[in-house]
Design a protein around this ligand. Structure first.
Ligand code: ATP
Length: 364
C-alpha cells in the first residue's frame, strides 16, 4: 500500500554543520515528489534519512501515521533505485529481480508471476535470461527499477537514477519511470540536480540550497513564480535587472527600471527602495519602438528552430537573453539592430534587493 511521508523539522548534523537544516515536507500518497538542488545541497542526505541509511538527528519522519526515525532500513518496506544500478552483473535479469522476493521467502510460483509482471512493466520481459553485464545502461536501469517495484514497496526512492545515461535515453527513461509510477500509484521521492528532469517528471518539487528547503510547489509554480533569486536562477534562465520603487500605494507600485523605463507592478505593501526584477528570456516582447520598454542592441543571436535567442546589450552595458518564438517572428532582427524590450507585467517577478524574498503580490 502506498503511503504519505511527513517530514517535520528534520535535521542531519555532521560535526557542527547541518547537512539538512529543519526540513518540513508533506509528500502525498501516490505523488512523485522531487528533491532538487545543486551538488552538496543535502538532497541525498535527506533521501538517505528517509531510507534509513542516515540517522535523523532532530525532528521526525513518518510513513503514514507511524514515526520511522528508529525503524531499521530493511523494515521500512521501501524500494530504491540508485545512479549506479547496484544490480548483480553476473546473475540473470530474472534472478536479480527475484532476489528481494526470495529473501522475503515468497513462494516460487508467486515469485515467477511477480517478476514477470515487473519485467513487463519496464518492458524487458524478453531480456529475462540475459546477464546485466552484457546490457546497456538503460536496460540495466530498467532491471534496477523492476527489482525495486517487485517487492511492492510502500515508498519508492530514486537517487539520480538517470545520471549515467546519455541524453536521449534519459528522456526515454524518465517517461518510463513516470508511467510506471503512475500505473502503480506508488509514492515516489526522486533526487536530481537536473532542473529540466525535475520539471518533466515531478508532481511537485522541493528546491534545496545549503540544507534548507527554499520552495515547494508544482513544476509550473516553481518556474513561473520562483520564491527567491536562487530558485529563479537555478530553474531555467532568468535575467536580473535592477529597479527602484518610486511609489507604492494600495498594492500597486510604480517602478523605475534602469532609471529609465517606468512600469506598474503589484507589490506587497511597504516595499520601497531598490528591488530586483527577474525576467525570463520569453518574458520580454522584442520590438523596435524606442518609446516602449528598455532600449538595447543585439550583440549575438542564435537560431534554434522554433525560437531565436538574442543577446541584447542594455543601456547600462548589461547583456540580457531574449527568446523570440514563432508566433511573433514576423520580423527577425540582426546583429547591431537597435531594439526595445517590453516587460510583461503579468509574467515577470520582483525580488528584494538581496534576492532573498519575492516582493510581488502574486495573482493566484
Ligand atoms: P550531490 O548531488 O553532490 O550528491 P547532495 O545535494 O546530494 O549533492 P549531500 O550528499 O546530501 O548533497 O551532502 C550535503 C552536505 O553534507 C555536503 O556538504 C556534504 O559534503 C556533506 N556530507 C554528506 N555526507 C557526509 C558525511 N558522511 N560526513 C560529513 N559530511 C557529509
Amino acid at each position: 500500500m502506498s503511503r504519505n511521508v511527513v517530514i517535520k523539522d528534520a535535521v542531519k548534523t555532521y560535526g557542527n554543520f547541518n547537512a539538512v537544516d529543519h526540513a518540513n515536507l508533506e509528500i502525498e500518497s501516490g505523488e512523485l515528489f522531487t528533491l532538487l538542488g545543486p551538488s552538496g545541497c543535502g538532497k541525498t542526505t535527506l533521501l538517505r534519512m528517509i531510507a534509513g541509511f542516515n540517522s535523523v538527528d532532530g525532528g521526525s519522519i513518518s510513513f503514514g501515521d507511524k514515526v520511522i526515525n528508529n525503524v531499521p532500513a530493511h523494515m521500512r518496506n521501501i524500494g530504491m533505485v540508485f545512479q549506479n544500478y547496484a544490480i548483480f552483473p553476473h546473475m540473470s535479469v530474472f534472478d536479480n529481480v527475484a532476489y528481494g522476493l526470495k529473501a522475503r521467502k515468497v513462494k516460487k510460483e508467486e515469485i515467477e508471476k511477480r517478476v514477470m509482471e515487473a519485467l513487463a512493466m519496464v518492458q524487458i520481459e524478453n531480456l529475462k535470461d540475459r546477464q546485466p553485464a552484457n546490457m546497456s545502461g538503460g536496460q540495466q536501469q530498467r532491471v534496477a527499477l523492476a527489482r525495486a517495484i517487485v517487492i511492492h514497496p510502500d515508498i519508492l526512492l530514486m537517487d539520480e537514477p538517470l545520471s549515467n545515461l546519455d541524453a536521449k535515453l534519459r528522456i526515454q527513461m524518465r517517461a518510463t519511470i513516470k508511467k510506471v509510477q503512475k500505473k502503480l500509484g506508488i509514492t515516489t521521492i526522486y533526487v536530481t540536480h537536473d532542473q529540466e528532469e525535475a520539471l518533466a517528471i515531478s508532481d511537485r518539487i522541493a528546491v534545496m540550497k545549503n540544507g534548507v528547503i527554499q520552495q515547494v510547489g508544482k513544476p509550473r509554480e516553481i518556474y513561473t513564480r520562483p520564491a527567491n533569486e536562487f530558485v529563479a536562477n537555478f530553474i531555467g534562465t532568468s535575467n536580473f535587472i535592477s529597479g527602484r520603487v518610486i511609489e507604492n500605494e494600495n498594492g500597486m507600485a510604480k517602478l523605475s527600471v534602469l532609471d529609465k523605463t517606468e512600469i506598474m507592478m503589484p507589490l506587497k505593501n511597504g516595499v520601497t527602495g531598490n528591488v530586483k526584477l527577474s525576467v525570463r528570456p520569453e518574458e520580454f516582447l522584442i520590438g523596435t519602438d524606442q518609446d516602449e520598454g528598455l532600449g538595447g542592441e543585439i550583440v549575438f543571436l542564435t537560431f534554434l528552430g522554433d525560437f531565436v535567442n538574442y543577446e541584447v546589450q542594455l543601456s547600462n552595458g548589461q547583456i540580457v537573453e531574449v527568446n523570440q518564438y514563432g508566433n511573433d517572428r514576423d520580423i527577425e532582427y540582426g546583429l547591431g539592430d537597435k531594439v526595445s524590450l517590453e516587460l510583461q507585467q503579468d509574467k515577470i517577478n520582483v525580488y528584494s534587493e538581496s534576492g532573498e524574498e519575492a516582493v510581488i503580490e502574486w495573482k493566484k
